[in-house]
Design a protein around this ligand. Structure first.
Ligand code: ARG
Length: 292
């Protein structure tokens, strides 16, 4: 075929196709004319199709072993993850964990990017102003990490020393109180492991963070030559699951699920898996039993 005849062929084919479409359209059924005998519309409309199940987006700062961290495969794992999954199972909720940096984690809740947060979050009066918490599910306290040759024996000894903390944590709060918020001796890090690495490198003299995380880190980094120093001056802390202020419906689900896993032994099982002893046997000083 020459170019010309090809074009003509295509034109003809195009016209024929258009004609077919027109013919098809013309054949479409006209709406049935209403007649007196037409059946009355059903009294109850058909039920709407079931909505897809809601997936609750859970924010967690997964750099906090053994509570929440990422394994070699990049999966988010840990005590809090197991607890949350167990609660979700009881409550019939579908959950999806999203690694969320600690700085700004509370904003994601306020903005609705996360439905809830489980991230070793200490329930504090200040935080309660801007978010709601589940019933407490874990006891914690601050703990000091220093090098083995350090002379630090109590919290007050940190008054004039360089101290590493994770920004905006309760560890940051207690050290800010001791040294003054604007003290240049407070070194703030984006994660607790980063603060502990700086201790190993000699950039800070001590780190103050949640006991469970400090104990776990020291146990798994023998080369760091760390030791821990506890002090009864540290107030007892309790972890809670945070939801957006006023989300009473979700809070009720979480609290019910939490009560259920405590009642049927699931919580104790998870606790023992990570801390090597039953919950309640001195829960404020967990043993470093969890393997990474
Ligand atoms: N419990 C402390 C607080 O609430 C520290 C929590 C930090 N959690 C984390 N996943 N980095 O301030």
């Amino acid at each position: 075929m020459t170019t010309l005849t090809t074009r003509r062929f295509l034109q003809t084919a195009g016209l024929m196709a258009a004609g077919l479409i027109l013919a098809a359209c013309g054949k479409s059924e006209p709406p049935p004319a209403p007649t007196a005998t037409a059946p009355a519309p059903a009294a109850t409309p058909a039920p709407p199709p079931p909505a897809p199940p809601k997936v609750y987006v859970v924010g967690t700062d997964a750099a906090y072993a053994p509570f929440e961290s990422q394994n070699e495969k990049g999966e988010i794992v840990g005590f809090n993850i197991d607890v949350m999954n167990a609660i979700a199972k009881k409550a019939g909720m579908e959950v999806k964990f999203v690694n969320t940096p600690w700085e700004g984690i509370f904003n994601t809740l306020a903005q609705g990017d996360r439905d809830l947060l489980i991230s070793s979050i200490t329930i504090t009066e200040e935080r309660k102003q801007t978010m709601d918490f589940s019933a407490p599910y874990f006891d914690a306290a601050q703990l000091i990490a220093v090098k083995q040759n350090s002379k630090v024996a109590k919290f007050d000894d940190l008054k004039k020393l360089k101290v590493g903390v994770q920004t905006g944590t309760t560890g940051d709060e207690v050290v800010s109180k001791l040294q003054g918020k604007t003290s240049t001796n407070i070194k703030r890090f984006e994660s607790t492991p980063l603060a502990l690495k700086e201790l190993e490198a000699g950039g800070v003299d001590a780190v103050v963070a949640d006991n469970g995380v400090v104990i776990n880190y020291v146990a798994n980094n023998a080369g760091g030559k760390f030791k821990t120093v506890s002090d009864t001056a540290f107030a007892p802390e309790q972890y809670g699951i945070a939801v957006k202020k006023g989300n009473t419906e979700l809070l009720a689900k979480l609290n019910k699920g939490l009560a259920d896993i405590k009642a049927d032994g699931t919580y104790d099982q998870i606790y023992t898996k990570y801390f090597g002893k039953p919950a309640g046997a001195g829960a404020s000083a967990p043993a470093p039993a969890a393997s990474k």
